[in-house]
Design a protein around this ligand. Structure first.
Ligand SMILES: [Fe+2]
Length: 380
């Protein structure tokens, strides 16, 4: 029995937009047709867009709910719920929440609490508390002495979906220029200039001691456990070659055009931040997502630190770049991320796939999610 029919929608398919209806039965899309319908009670979309539920591979946003102020740690279930509400309200129906492994100066206490958060995400999902479908993306800081032990502790967590290998040592990758790094950190007012120099020296010493052996050990762990791997902040062809050789399938936030091109050549998916598209550039002074998209080098967008930026960027990109259509930008947040991490039951509006759907109205340069359904159930 058909549960619901949505009519008068501009349906965004993989390569085209059609005006028509979508029917959903038991949480699954059962038909997609152009034209109208005689089914009574069909929900009228009034020519709004109907797009697949967004798939987010790297959000850091949960942390801001778990630690809403320095020194304040929130109830983990409540933090997950509050994060989830914003995620679902932004049209995201599948989300990989980024948790950290490996101590770094930004998150000394947080690292110990990652397991607690992963358990809270899993329990909240099982108990019907969440609107979106949540998984864990473990981001591993390889210059940290404890990263391997922490990654091992999380490796067989049932909702772990992706592991990324990071090295945020000043002067590397995200901050190739130490001056940019100083500017960024002093701007955050977390340290005095003298403290910052001590911090940089400490981080360099850790990098020299741990980065190389930890990188190999982590790749080995992931391959044995068959976890999808991502590299992070690739800046050079050498970074990409090293990742490709280890079996990495996803290059997150490459910092140069050269690295993004090398990643494409190595058949890796290239992921960039949607806030970068919305703002029109990178907050750390690296290559812009829009430039990569214009060069045909962008596969996946991620909301990073602002959940709503994902839907926003989808509608801004086609306005900014002639060669990118709305179906192209929608694929960057649906079919492409689904393929990158191995979801084969979602990511497009096709019969047989999960009815993860978003009704979007777009005017005045800002889209709005007027309705969000996960497996046919209205969640926002
Ligand atoms: Fe980074």
């Amino acid at each position: 029995m058909t549960d619901t029919v949505y009519k008068n929608a501009r349906i965004v398919l993989a390569d085209e937009i059609i005006s028509g209806c979508v029917a959903v039965t038991d949480g699954t899309i059962t038909s997609v047709d152009s034209g109208t319908t005689a089914v009574p009670g069909a929900e009228d979309f009034e020519a709004d867009y109907l797009i697949p539920g967004l798939i987010e591979l790297h959000t850091d946003h949960l942390e801001s709910h778990f630690r809403p102020r320095p020194g304040v740690t929130w109830n983990p279930i409540a933090a997950v719920q509050s994060h989830d509400m914003q995620v679902a309200g932004s049209g995201i129906t599948t989300v990989l929440d980024a948790l950290r492994a490996g101590t770094d100066a930004d998150a000394r206490a947080l690292a110990e609490q990652m397991r607690t958060l992963a358990d809270a995400i899993q329990d909240a999902g099982r108990n019907g508390r969440l609107r979106a479908d949540h998984y864990v993306h473990l981001r591993c800081e390889i210059a940290s002495p404890d990263v391997i032990a922490e990654a091992e502790a999380m490796l067989h967590h049932p909702i772990l979906k992706l592991i990324s290998v990071m090295d945020h040592t000043p002067g590397q990758r995200q901050f190739v220029s130490l001056d940019k790094f100083r500017e960024y950190y002093l701007g955050k007012s977390l340290m005095t200039p003298d403290e910052l120099e001590v911090y940089i020296a400490e981080r360099h010493a850790l990098h020299l001691e741990h980065a190389v052996p930890n990188r190999s050990a982590l790749f080995e762990l992931c391959r044995n456990a068959q976890i999808v791997m991502a590299s992070h902040d690739d800046a050079t062809e050498e970074h990409v070659a090293e990742a490709a050789e280890a079996g990495v399938m996803l290059s997150e936030f490459p910092t140069t055009l050269e690295a993004a091109r090398a990643a494409k050549d190595a058949d890796m998916a290239v992921l960039m931040g949607a806030p970068n598209v919305v703002r029109g550039g990178s907050h750390s002074g690296n290559v812009s997502a829009t430039d990569l998209a214009a060069a045909g080098l962008l596969d996946v967008l991620s909301s990073d630190y602002v959940p709503f930026s994902l839907l926003h960027a989808v509608f801004l990109l086609p306005e900014r770049i002639d060669a990118i259509s709305l179906p192209d930008s929608v694929r960057m947040v649906t079919a492409n991320p689904a393929r990158a991490v191995g979801f084969d039951d979602r990511g497009a509006i096709d019969p047989g796939l999960r009815a993860d759907l978003v009704r979007v109205h777009f005017s005045d340069g800002v889209p709005v999610a007027r309705g969000v359904w996960r497996e046919g159930k209205r969640v926002a």
